[in-house]
Design a binder for this molecule. Sequence first.
Ligand code: TYM
Length: 321
Amino acid sequence: MTRLSAITPSGHAHLGNYLGAIRRWAREGAPGDLYFVSDLHAMTVSYNPARLRKLARETLAVLVAAGIDPARVCVQSDLVRELGALSWVLECTCSFGEASRMTQFKQKADGQGTVRLGLLTYPVLMAADILLQNATEVPVGQDQTQHVELARSLARRFNSTFGEVFTVPRAVMAPTAARVMDLSDPTRKMSKSTQDSAGVVFLLDEPDLVRRKITRAVTDNEARLEYRPSSQPGLANVLEILAACTGRSPVEVADDHSSYGELKNAAADAVIEELRPLRTRVLELLDDPTTLDGIRAAGAERARERGAHTLASALRMAGVG
Ligand code: TYM
């Protein structure tokens, strides 16, 4: 079994990324796994190049600080040649209808004056990431499962049209906190690119700021401390966050607390403690360029070597290269 997943440095990594993804990658990591910073995916909407470079570095430090084996991480753009080639092959396997039906594309394209073509082909590049490395399992949050489904379809289609080259991957989801919601607006997911950061706990936020954001979380006026995601989404979100940090279920957590204030303080304490060692280690790594650059270069080399055979076979079977 080979697991592969990634995080896009389109902003600072947040609690949703950590509880829904990064923490599991660190806990469940095995020798063949690969976790990377998908900086090429951050180019699909308007961005600042210097900021992207900085964020890619910071996000790599987050992956290592979270406890992922440094031998299992890399940065996507270090494989831009391989991924560019495989993306083209897969784009020629994917229909326009399939790509334009992706929920994330529709959401991100909605309201934008100019939609970059890369935003439409984003999931195809993601399929290239997965298929280049022969991944069998792709641990992701709920928002990315549709993209993994597309990677499955493209792998199957290519294999049946041209011959068996790709391993068909499957998405695996976290049991709790697969979708951490924005603390100011529990109807939308916590996101790196949200303009108003009051509802987003960033992994590098100072503890005081984390406390302020969590204690000001929008809940409701009902006096009942019960886990009811559809009617009390704000409360359910705080319960899920505390549950994810303490290894208990949201229902158990609700039973343990008698007021909203007490619950929010307990959630703030748990999140601050969960993030404290991570934050310290990220800051240390960012201060130590030699270590971080060494990890990045070695990771790129390994990932390139690992994907070389699959890329060569795919090009050959497709009648090119
Ligand atoms: P990205 O950067 O949006 O998210 C990284 C991971 O965090 C999860 N996630 C969340 N989980 C819980 N609650 C949230 N509010 C929340 N927000 C994000 C995501 O589900 C994801 O697991 N396109 C991908 C990166 C990517 C990739 C890949 C993933 C590029 N290539 C290949 C898997 C395989 C992305 O932008 O994730």
